[in-house]
Design a protein around this ligand. Structure first.
Ligand SMILES: Nc1nc2c(ncn2[C@@H]2O[C@H](COP(=O)(O)OP(=O)(O)O)[C@@H](O)[C@H]2O)c(=O)[nH]1
Ligand SMILES: [Mg+2]
Length: 312
């Protein structure tokens, strides 16, 4: 297993897209010891900047992602794109519409694009996303774009997995009021009013800036508001400049290591929970505990603690 992993890693390092995909999906495989590979990845990573993009369906996340890839290539950066979909059991290929938009970059070896799904397992995404990010980071991708495909809780999860969380809005979709209600002001580092070519965009930007000005800075940073028209690239360079400004802030304030520690904590917790679940599924400890509770000897909570002790 060790040699096979080393070989995949070597090939991936040469830009072999299939090898990269293989390394990313390894974390989904059961009964494969990834210790050596993971340790190698951890040692090589920490340099990539992770940008999360979230927002309601149709707001322009995929279009913005494609525009960001183009701008990042202009700046000579290598870019990884991970489309994160917690609602889908399918992993691997990109969604059709997004694949069309990404066609410009499909042949570019400095761009890697892939979708990630949760596969319905406990904490599946909480393990798969950091692993995939680490693979791309270790392979020297400078920027990793995490795009939310699904809706709901995933937005918060993707924001939490990023160094810079970008939340997209569009004029007429409820604007600042909706943003405040959905709690996205709390997770956003950068707020984008996309579809700035539409009526009401300037008003939405002004509204958001007013709302943001009234909030207390989180770790010394208030969300910045940027207007973009992703379809023609207007504002995309400015958006990247603001992301860069946020990056500098996190590095200089020391907040970056605080954020990354919180992410590691969540990842380790996800591994611990998954390990407990798989050991529970394998063992008979729980059957014995059921009998004990049925006989009235102990209560379910005590039984759970007993079971946990037998798992280690
Ligand atoms: N007018 C206008 N349309 C846009 C803009 N950005 C995206 N769109 C369109 O909005 C639709 C949804 O975009 P998409 O990127 O798929 O949104 P997602 O669901 O958030 O990924 C598509 O038809 C895009 O062409 C923009 O800046 N202006
Ligand atoms: Mg999309």
């Amino acid at each position: 297993v060790l040699d096979a992993h080393a070989e995949w890693l070597a090939r991936a390092g040469e830009g072999d897209q299939r090898a990269i995909g293989r390394l990313i999906s390894l974390v989904e495989a059961e009964n494969v010891d990834l210790t050596d590979l993971s340790t190698e990845l951890v040692a090589r990573s920490g340099n990539a900047w992770v940008i999360g993009l979230t927002g309601s369906p149709g707001v322009g996340k995929s279009t913005t992602t494609a525009a960001l890839v183009a701008e990042l290539r202009r700046r000579d950066k290598r870019v990884g794109v991970l489309a994160v979909d917690p609602t889908s059991p399918f992993s691997g290929g990109a969604l059709l519409g997004d694949r069309v938009r990404m066609n410009d970059h499909a042949a570019d070896p400095a761009v890697y694009i892939r979708s990630l799904a949760a596969r319905g397992r406990l904490g599946g995404l909480a393990r798969a996303v950091p692993h995939a990010v680490r693979v791309l980071d270790a392979l020297g991708y400078d920027v990793i774009l995490l795009e939310t495909v699904g809706v709901g809780q995933s937005e918060i999860d993707v924001a939490a997995a990023a160094d810079t969380a970008v939340v997209l809005l569009a004029p007429g979709m409820g604007d600042a009021i909706q943003a405040a209600k959905a709690g996205i002001l709390e997770v956003a580092d950068v707020l984008v009013v996309n579809k700035a070519d539409r009526d009401g965009a300037a008003g939405a930007v002004a509204d958001l800036r007013r709302t943001v000005a009234g909030t207390t800075p989180r770790a010394g940073w208030r969300p910045k508001v940027v207007a973009t028209t992703a379809t023609d690239g207007t504002g995309i360079a400015e958006l990247l400049d603001v992301v860069e400004e946020h990056r500098r802030h996190l590095v200089e304030s020391g907040e970056l290591s605080v954020r990354r520690a919180a992410r590691l904590r969540a990842e380790i917790e996800a591994h611990a929970l998954a390990e407990v679940q798989s050991r529970l599924n394998r063992g008979e400890a729980i059957e014995a505990a059921v009998a004990e509770v049925q006989d009235g000897r102990i209560d379910p909570h005590q039984a759970a603690l007993d079971v946990l002790r037998t798992l280690l």
